[in-house]
Ligand binder design. Structure first.
Ligand code: CTP
Length: 402
């Protein structure tokens, strides 16, 4: 899968930099074109001569070549790459990437990279275990970067623990899998309908009942389905997110009723429908046509009426060959509630997440899910970025459809 791929290999200043030489060799052997970018500290551990000889390209380390003034454009590099791998990534470089401290060529290249980024941390066990390293790694994960977890083993310090950079062969396997997946057009010819975000139920012209949903999970699903070749219709409640690139048609709505109407006109031709929106269950019975004034009212009562259940409405009209997926964000009895929604709404699969799990749920960049299917299967996943979770969910949907 590496043949012809443009890869930036970022090397930072750690003992494990010696392994980057093998990594470079394996990437080149696999047919990739590799541009090495090394930090000034990295050069203390491994020489640019070795790296340029193996990659067949001058190694980039500074913003420009001092004697000729030649400018090395991190922006061009960021556009050129199909992926960027930073191995080893020291605690210091991880902190700089997490916080945008662009004080060397490698970090500016990282910040300019348009391609997926893989980061292989390498450091002593205590540095690895420090809360600040942990937080920085989680920040990088939340930006959608892929962390290649370090191994537990014998470290340069003589101690044994977690912090050894993953072996070059394993890193190459990760990249191979990534390119294989990326070129996977398994949803080509399929139409995928996705609901996302909250709904706003108007009280008067300036107020509404809403919820904290950010829409990030639904947008990540749209991006992943489109990456796999699907035609995506993304029906979104009010969110402040850009539409992901790809074959995605976005329909903006506000209320549950508008969301249902938009879905109804797309549902019959959809092969897969994913109900990811946090739809308000109730809406004010009357919407005041003028702003409600505080006046002298010591209290006020809003009368609410039930909104339509979009998933259940469409679930009751499904045709053969359609796959329907819902979500269940719960605070308790998670699995039981998830299974009951699966039955009640006539779905094939429900993605359950619990408000009790740190990092799961509405507005963050990560999620922790368990998938339950109508066939009775159950599969749990660890905490991951929402884009990785989207890939897991779509893998599960594809498993259902075969
Ligand atoms: N859903 C929907 N329309 C609604 C309510 C929910 O399409 N009016 C969908 C959600 O998008 C989600 C699933 O149904 O896929 C479960 O949503 P949730 O709010 O958890 O379920 P409810 O049926 O509202 O159950 P409860 O409020 O009792 O948890």
């Amino acid at each position: 899968m590496l043949k012809g791929k443009h890869i930036i290999l970022g090397i930072t200043g750690g003992i494990a930099a010696y392994k980057s030489v093998s990594l470079l060799r394996l990437l080149v052997k696999g047919g990739a074109e590799v541009q090495v970018v090394i930090t000034p500290a990295g050069k203390e551990f491994i020489t640019p001569v070795t790296l340029s000889a193996l990659s067949g390209k001058p190694v980039v380390s500074e913003f420009f070549t001092a004697n000729t003034g030649e400018w090395h454009s991190h922006v061009d590099l960021g556009l050129w790459a199909d992926c960027m791998v930073i191995a080893p990534a020291t605690a210091s470089s991880i902190a700089k990437m997490a916080n945008g401290v662009a004080d060397n060529m490698l970090i500016t290249t990282y910040l300019s990279a348009k391609s997926p980024v893989f980061i292989a941390p390498a450091m002593d066990l205590d540095m690895m275990a420090h809360p600040s390293t942990h937080r920085n790694i989680e920040l990088l994960r939340s930006y959608g970067n892929n962390i290649i977890e370090p191994e537990t083993g014998f470290l340069a310090s003589g101690l044994t623990g977690k912090g050894r950079m993953e072996e070059p062969e394993k890193i190459v396997e990760v990249l191979d899998r990534f390119f294989e997946k990326n070129e996977n057009q398994s949803l080509a010819g399929k139409k995928v309908l996705i609901t996302a975000g909250p709904t706003y139920e108007a009280i008067d012209p300036v107020r509404f009942i809403g919820n904290y949903s950010s829409g990030k999970m639904g947008f990540a699903l749209a991006a992943e389905a489109s990456r796999r070749g699907a035609e995506v219709v993304l029906v979104s409640g009010p969110v402040s997110l850009d539409t992901p690139s790809g074959n995605i048609r976005r329909v903006d709505v506000r209320s549950a009723r508008e969301m249902l109407a938009a879905c109804e006109s797309e549902f019959d031709t959809a092969d897969i429908a994913i109900f990811c929106a946090a739809v308000a269950d109730y809406a004010p019975e009357q919407v005041a046509d003028r702003k409600i004034k505080r006046g002298d009212m010591p209290e006020m009562t809003l009368r609410l009426v039930r909104n339509p259940d979009i998933a259940a409405t469409l679930g009751s009209r499904r045709r053969d060959g359609q796959t329907l997926v819902g979500f269940a964000l719960e605070t308790d009895n998670e699995m039981e509630n998830g299974r009951s929604k699966l039955r009640r709404k006539n779905l094939d699969m429900v993605v359950v997440n619990s408000m009790r799990d740190a990092g799961a749920g509405f507005s963050g960049d990560t999620n922790k899910i368990t998938v339950v299917t109508a066939e009775g299967d159950e599969k749990s996943f660890p905490l991951k970025s929402k884009s990785e979770v989207a890939a897991d969910i779509i893998d599960c949907i594809e498993d259902l459809s075969v």
